[in-house]
Design a protein. Sequence first.
Length: 137
Amino acid sequence: MKRWMLLFFLIPFLAGCLQDTASYSLGARDHAITLVRNQTWPWQSTVDVSVIAVRMPECNGGGDIKGVPENAEYALYRAPDEYPEPLFLLKTGDRVFAVSTQSCRLQEFKEAPDKLGVKLGTFMVKDGKFQFVADGA
């Protein structure tokens, strides 16, 4: 009986945890960049973000961004052609990350590049849902 009462009192504290996803499709059915936001405890003001680069069957990988403010937005750019492989750049706050669906990696720039390229859109909370909003939409 005591265990059930303890569980009953813990439910409101655990209800604030967050896990949601949003994706940007790169045209083909199995080619996308997906962001997964995770918040372990409801009292946290930050989230950890898994960035997943998918180009099946060759690529399904990425990496994690730790400690991002919960209300952060993530701008996605198609990088300029000067890079050795096709890249996408993901910018949140002052941090910029290279996302590759060729090598399936996420890598943070030590210093933000001068040119980010063409802005494709933004991963953000809109109408109460985390989603990708295309630039100009």
